[in-house]
Design a protein around this ligand. Structure first.
Ligand SMILES: C[S@@+](CC[C@H](N)C(=O)[O-])C[C@H]1O[C@@H](n2cnc3c(N)ncnc32)[C@H](O)[C@@H]1O
Length: 283
């Protein structure tokens, strides 16, 4: 039984980092004309109302997107394409909604691109499917995203000639995710070693997170970048003190862009903790 609902967390500091990096990588891949296949293994509901009871209860968005809104002119390059999409979904200039990964994908699709989304929660997937009804470039499945990864990477059938960009964004609510996600991911990377993958991770128990990251680092992956944003020192508060991304086959510009963006982001978020941009494995 899944209890996690992303509506409680939409627009928090972790979403800001995850989505800005994701859109930035997408834009880089889209510099080439050949089609991109977006694969979102843990899609969520698609877009979130910040006046909903879930968002009001945790107020997490206020310490994330809320600290950056309204957007100024000093925004680092890495965040600009993300900010344009966030701005585009607001009504009347007020911060009222925050897009989820499927919505960032939708706004990123060119004529030649396609997207395949997976979501296991029955209510979330219903919202997701409703939101994308009639869009023939996006297909959403009520299914396990890790199984979906096996089906979609490398792309087959009608998607065969496409370059996959996969976002793997589990909540790690189920502790076996710390084993199962790297297992499924590393198998996907072995099948498609040139493909682009972005894997999100939380820092709740630092040792558990580092153990998982070491597994990726020692797997034989040739290019692996780590970007992490902290909001508190490890163990200083209950729950998540930092969140990060592992990017397999990152664009060569991403590390430098992230090095410029993270100090800015850290200052805007006004949080404690540390940030990190590190090439864990370089070619
Ligand atoms: C962190 S949220 C996703 C947020 C979304 N990617 C975004 O950025 O807006 C994780 C989602 O994964 C779903 N989920 C959990 N286990 C799953 C699985 N094995 N396959 C697909 N979805 C799963 C949860 O129901 C939840 O909606």
């Amino acid at each position: 039984m899944l209890s996690y609902r992303h509506g409680y967390h939409a627009g928090n500091f972790a979403d800001v980092l995850k989505h800005s990096v994701f859109v930035s990588v997408a834009r880089y891949l889209q510099q080439k004309k050949s089609p991109v296949l977006f694969v979102d293994t843990h899609a969520g509901g698609g877009i979130y109302d910040l006046a909903h009871d879930y968002a009001k209860k945790t107020q997490e968005f206020e310490k994330g997107i809320g600290r950056l809104w309204p957007f100024g002119d000093d925004m680092p390059d890495m965040l600009k394409p993300w900010a344009e999409i966030v701005e585009g979904v607001q009504k009347g200039g007020n911060l009222s909604r925050y897009p989820g990964s499927p919505f960032f994908i939708r706004r990123s699709l060119r004529v030649q691109d396609r997207a395949v989304l997976f979501e296991l929660h029955s209510t979330e997937v219903k919202t997701l499917k409703q939101g994308f009804r009639g869009n023939d470039k996006i297909v959403a499945f009520h299914d396990d995203g890790l199984k979906g990864l096996r089906r979609m990477v490398p792309p087959r059938g009608p998607y065969e000639a496409m370059r996959p960009l996969t976002l793997v964004d589990p909540s790690y609510e189920i502790k076996t995710d710390y084993e199962d996600v790297p297992g499924a991911m590393l198998a996907a990377w072995k099948r498609a070693p040139q493909a682009s993958f972005i894997i999100w991770y939380p820092v709740i128990d630092r040792e558990r997170t580092e153990k998982m990251i070491r597994r990726y680092q020692r797997s034989g992956i040739k290019k692996l970048l780590r970007i992490e944003q902290g909001i508190a020192e490890d163990g200083a508060v209950r729950g998540m003190t930092a969140a990060g991304l592992l990017i397999i086959n990152p664009p060569y510009v991403l590390a430098d862009e992230a090095r410029a963006a993270l100090p800015w982001l850290h200052e805007k978020l006004g949080a404690g903790g540390k940030y990190l941009v590190k090439e864990l494995v370089g070619e």
